[in-house]
Design a protein around this ligand. Sequence first.
Ligand SMILES: *Cc1c(COP(=O)(O)O)cnc(C)c1O
Length: 478
Amino acid sequence: MMAEIKSCAAETDAAMRQAMALARDYVVGLPRRPVDAKDGSVAHLREQLGGPLPDDGCGAADAVDELARFAEPGLVASGGPRYFGFVTGGVLPAALGAEWLTAAWDQNAGLYVGSPAAAIAEEVAGRWLADLFGLPTDCAFGFTTGGTMANFCGLAAARGAVLENAGWDVEDRGLRGAPEINVVVGDAVHASVLAALRMLGLGRRCVRRVALDDAARMSVQDLEMTLKELNGPVIVCAQAGEVNTGSFDPFQEIADLCHAHGGWLHVDGAFGMWAAASASHRHLTLGVERADSWATDGHKWLNVPYDCGYIFVRHGQHLVRPFANVAAYYPDPGAQRDGFFYVPEFSRRARGFSTWAALRSLGRRGVESLVDRCCGFAMRAASELRTIRGVEILNDVTLNQVLFRFVPETRDSGDFTAAVVAEVQKSGTCWFGMTTWRGMRAARLSFTNAMTTDADVDCTLAAIAEAVMSANRSASEV
Ligand SMILES: *Cc1c(COP(=O)(O)O)cnc(C)c1O
């Protein structure tokens, strides 16, 4: 027995020392690392990581060492300061430390008795977040894998509530024969909201799309007309932070219309909710607190490790109803907060720890300055991009997203923009991708990483200018 314990300690020691050294080098090296995965890595990765399952194990330290060596060429520096693709956060040092402890502690955050520490950390971090976002102090919340599942949880609550108003208990009777629910979304709805609806049995035909206004917000006139045509249960999905433009829907007007119609207002605020944590950006979220549910992400703007998202619901009973678990061996609910009443999973990682540590390390002011810094970079990038000939900024840069394209005199704008983006990606200096906005092919920069500095913005802008020249050269050669 003693020998076994000793060897467990030795193996743990070896594996963790190895991981610590490798992880530290990786994180500290991120600013200097080429951003995209190295070329030709697919076959190499398959070869290195692949093969049949070995009959004999190699031991902990070697397994960690092999993993690190084999994975290396396929790693993308998406946690680094010059990754501007999609909407991608990095990892705060405090959140990283907490995440290591979370793995070592290996607590099951489903039940309070499974880990009082995990339960209370979640309880406190959830309250802190609600406070940061200006949400009702008594709202219920759940810790999810991300924005998609946060949307799922909010819409599960919504589905139950609007059907209850129509005299139908969906938790008892399911959807067969239920009154038809109409779900109203803006035309720029995030795909994950539609996926969440499909998982809830609310397929494409339940969804009504509302046009956008000139500022890329849900059109209030169109919403009003749409609602007039609808009878029966209604859910309206508004958005705080559209993925291309960073735009915010007009929540005051939407809340008025939705609630006058007896509807449930859900807000997808995967990254845009964080604007509410900043005095200088809070105005963008005006009226958001009038919604019935709010989904947001931790692994984007809070810069906690994957995976982490949050759902908040004004009246908690609606969130609990679809997920409440009862089993003979569970303690009586009610005395303490059991995390599994608020999300689909029973057993899960204690993601409250990294959120708690991130918020504790930054404080209210630190979160605010993280948001302001990223938005400042976006403003600066947009104004300097405007000085490049042929650049057109396609969004009103009020948050952290910059949407732009190149309109050269003699070439197709979409092709040229794609050529510049490909050139930038190839350089390895920084990474951002393409999107389609109002039928136009466009490039998109998202500033969401806590590590990004002014110097990173400098070399990103230089890389773009360089790529434009290079794309022009290859154009004149053909
Ligand atoms: C990222 C995002 C989502 C999905 O969140 P995940 O954490 O990737 O599941 C939903 N809505 C918006 C607006 C997003 O930006």
